[in-house]
Design a binder for this molecule. Structure first.
Ligand SMILES: *[C@@H]1O[C@H](CO)[C@@H](O)[C@H](O)[C@H]1NC(C)=O
Ligand SMILES: *[C@@H]1O[C@H](CO)[C@@H](O)[C@H](O)[C@H]1NC(C)=O
Ligand SMILES: *[C@@H]1O[C@H](CO)[C@@H](O)[C@H](O)[C@H]1NC(C)=O
Ligand SMILES: *[C@@H]1O[C@H](CO)[C@@H](O)[C@H](O)[C@H]1NC(C)=O
Ligand SMILES: *[C@@H]1O[C@H](CO)[C@@H](O)[C@H](O)[C@H]1NC(C)=O
Ligand SMILES: *[C@@H]1O[C@H](CO)[C@@H](O)[C@H](O)[C@H]1NC(C)=O
Ligand SMILES: *[C@@H]1O[C@H](CO)[C@@H](O)[C@H](O)[C@H]1NC(C)=O
Length: 209
């Protein structure tokens, strides 16, 4: 009887921590580019809305700054102050952000923000850019940009976002992150079980007194 209840509690804890895990893994598009190649970041929010008055790209993490903005009234995009005079930053006709010759400090999360027309909602999407080291030094003439899409369109909380963005994606830090996640799950389970045990003891004591 007791083991049955214990396993029930454990199952519940597992379900809860799995749900928590899913909530924190609301990643978005990830674009992987090799160092010194061109990265193209798609604005997924455009899939949700055609009714907008302006489209703005921001760097969201690790720093927050405006990059480039195009309004339906203007024909050419406008660069924000910090990016003015930059020739390596541009927009495609599809609203994708193009970054040429990316370096490691440009890795991070980028936000595409659509200001809705009157009567339409604003929309936003995030893309994570990770810059990897050049793999093949033997063929420097062919620039191979691998683009990986992870399909999630949920808008994450920006504080969650900051946590979810590792600056370097080396296997060790991924492993460490994985272990700390697992550890927190285990701790959560222990707390659940401990709480139930204390509660039961309390009930039993009440019964006997
Ligand atoms: C980046 O690529 C350009 C040509 O595309 C080259 O001239 C430049 O030297 C490269 N920079 C580095 C740091 O590899
Ligand atoms: C957005 O639309 C483009 C083209 O319509 C499509 O290729 C892409 O898969 C869509 N992305 C999402 C996340 O729906
Ligand atoms: C951009 O160029 C203009 C004119 O050359 C200059 O006044 C301005 O300070 C530059 N901006 C940045 C951020 O370098
Ligand atoms: C990366 O590039 C940006 C602009 O192209 C530059 O301001 C920055 O200093 C570069 N960072 C490194 C580490 O080279
Ligand atoms: C963006 O559009 C999608 C689909 O229309 C909608 O579900 C989502 O809530 C919108 N996001 C915002 C921030 O309005
Ligand atoms: C890029 O690399 C992938 C495998 O890593 C390969 O399948 C693809 O053909 C390459 N593309 C170019 C343009 O070299
Ligand atoms: C994001 O989460 C923090 C606390 O985790 C909360 O204070 C903030 O209001 C949240 N923001 C949004 C936009 O949900």
């Amino acid at each position: 009887m007791k083991t049955y209840e214990l396993s029930k509690i454990l199952a519940l804890c597992l379900a809860i921590s799995t749900a928590l895990c899913y909530a924190s893994e609301e990643t978005h598009f990830t674009v992987q580019s090799e160092f010194n190649t061109t990265a193209t970041l798609p604005c997924v929010a455009l899939n949700n809305s055609n009714h907008y008055t302006s489209l703005t790209w921001y760097k969201d993490s690790p720093t927050k700054e405006g990059i480039i903005r195009i309004s339906t009234k203007l024909t050419t995009p406008v660069l924000y102050k910090y990016y003015e005079n930059r020739t390596d930053v541009s927009l495609t006709n599809e609203g994708s952000l193009v970054l040429e010759m990316v370096n490691f400090s440009q890795a991070g999360t980028y936000k595409c923000y659509l200001a809705g027309k009157v009567g339409h909602r604003n929309n936003v999407s995030y893309v994570m850019l990770s810059v990897t080291e050049t793999v093949s030094k033997t063929t420097p003439t062919t620039l191979n940009v691998t683009t990986e899409f992870t399909l999630y369109s949920t808008v994450p909380n920006s504080s969650v976002l900051a946590l979810a963005v590792p600056v370097d994606l080396n296997p060790l830090s991924v492993l460490v992150g994985f272990f700390s996640l697992s550890l927190s799950k285990v701790l959560l389970c222990f707390m659940c079980v401990w709480g139930m045990t204390v509660y039961k003891k309390h009930q039993r004591n009440k019964l006997w007194s």
